[in-house]
Design a protein around this ligand. Structure first.
Ligand SMILES: *Cc1c(COP(=O)(O)O)cnc(C)c1O
Length: 394
């Protein structure tokens, strides 16, 4: 069928035309003046995006590379860290930390739930040897948004570095690094930033920089103090991902045009659209309370094969969504509403999901899920500017 393919996945995400055209420009040399100008121009915009006075380092790798760079730069073998483990990406922190020879204390959280800040505090009190907390903002495997702000309020008064994986949160929901007291915030290009995969961004707090300078880097490629010194000259240590940075210059202009609040409000409204429609369809939302703003995960009715639902959605409607991982395979659908995705894409995705669940034997009987979802979207967008988009800081 001649459907337009629509990526409703939690990365990679669709690209705006302006970004694709920027990516297609002639190559420029990464050690020459024109490129340095772009690097320095992008810096100011990145600091706004991250909410920090510190430099934001571009790294040539996927998001996991930045996670690796953080662990290898901020901790030495034998250091002890607390890992918030509530999904696949929490597990990844543990695997990276183990590879660096760190001792991991795991704070297990049931999939679909957010960590309790009090549990983090208790774990830190119980073991004063812990020198870092590794966690996600948005745990993309479950659609949960962990309360990083509340955890930062605990770590910032202690000698404990808070490392936050914001790969599916930066540019999607608020995470002002300096205000909250995050010590390391990192993200990747292919989620909220409307770029192809391959570029990661990472910033450290002043105290995290002191730690990074004090310990020998565990890795030749990721040397954050050297990257920072080069960045001051508009350079990266090795060959820069030139096109991605040219694209980033354009995508940041789009994101910042009406202020970050406008982006967060759009993301909140898309989340309300999705959650409202799914609830009207009678489906159970997998993250009941602390939910991410760029992805919604939903449980399928018993007996419905999620793998088949996703296959049909792609084949019949051109809609590409993500399924569950590990024990959730075939049991949940993860609808990405991040990057260059708008209400019409999401409405199309919800329609396809409803039709495909029906096709494999589920029937909700719900008729007005799109009408109600779109009403929730409009109501969320219509809030007067300056209205906080979250009541509880989830
Ligand atoms: C996508 C994602 C990652 C992995 O990023 P890669 O670019 O695939 O390395 C890590 N953490 C979170 C929260 C993510 O959403």
């Amino acid at each position: 069928m001649l459907n337009k393919p629509r990526l409703l996945t939690p990365g990679p995400t669709p690209l705006p035309e302006q970004v694709r055209l920027a990516l297609a420009q002639d190559m420029i040399h990464h050690r020459k003046a024109a490129f340095k100008d772009i690097m320095l121009r992008v810096q100011g915009k990145l600091r706004t995006l991250f909410g920090t006075e510190q430099p934001v380092l571009p790294l040539s790798c996927s998001g996991t590379g930045a996670m690796t760079a953080a662990v290898h730069s901020l901790f030495a073998p034998g250091d002890k860290v607390l890992v918030v483990n509530g999904g696949k990406f929490g597990e990844r922190w543990q695997q990276i930390a183990a590879a660096r020879g760190l001792e991991c204390v795991l704070l297990d959280v049931p999939w679909g739930r957010a960590v309790e800040p009090a549990a983090v505090e208790k774990a830190l009190e119980a073991d004063p040897g812990i020198s870092g907390v590794l966690m996600q903002l948005s745990e993309t495997s479950t659609g949960v948004l962990h309360p990083v702000r509340d955890v930062a309020a605990i770590t910032r008064t202690r000698d404990v570095l808070l490392v936050a994986d914001g790969i599916s949160a930066v540019g999607l929901s608020p995470c002002p690094m300096d205000d909250w007291g995050i010590d390391c915030l990192l993200t990747g290009s292919q989620k909220g930033l409307m770029l192809p995969p391959g570029l990661a961004l990472l910033a450290l707090s002043a105290r995290a920089w002191r730690k990074a300078e004090a310990i020998p880097s565990g890795c030749f490629y990721f040397n954050l103090p050297k990257e920072r010194d080069n960045l001051a000259k508009g350079q990266t240590l090795f060959t820069s991902p030139v096109n991605l940075l040219v694209g980033l210059d354009v995508s940041l202009d789009m994101l910042l045009k009406d202020g970050l609040e406008a982006i967060y409000r759009k993301q909140w409204a898309l989340t309300m659209l999705t959650r409202t429609a799914l609830a009207v369809m009678g489906l159970e939302l997998f993250a009941p309370s602390h939910f991410a703003w760029g992805i919604t995960s939903v449980r399928l009715p018993a007996g419905i094969d999620g793998v088949e639902v996703l296959r049909l959605a792609q084949e019949k409607y051109g809609i590409i969504m993500a399924g569950g991982q590990d024990q959730l395979k075939g049991r949940i659908v993860r609808i990405g509403h991040m990057g260059w995705v708008d209400w019409a894409d999401v409405a199309a995705g919800l329609f396809a999901l409803d039709r495909c669940i029906f096709a494999v034997g589920g029937y909700s009987g719900a008729r007005d899920y799109l009408e109600q979802g779109l009403a929730a979207y409009e109501a969320a967008l219509a809030l007067p500017p300056g209205t906080p988009v979250v009541r509880r800081h989830n």
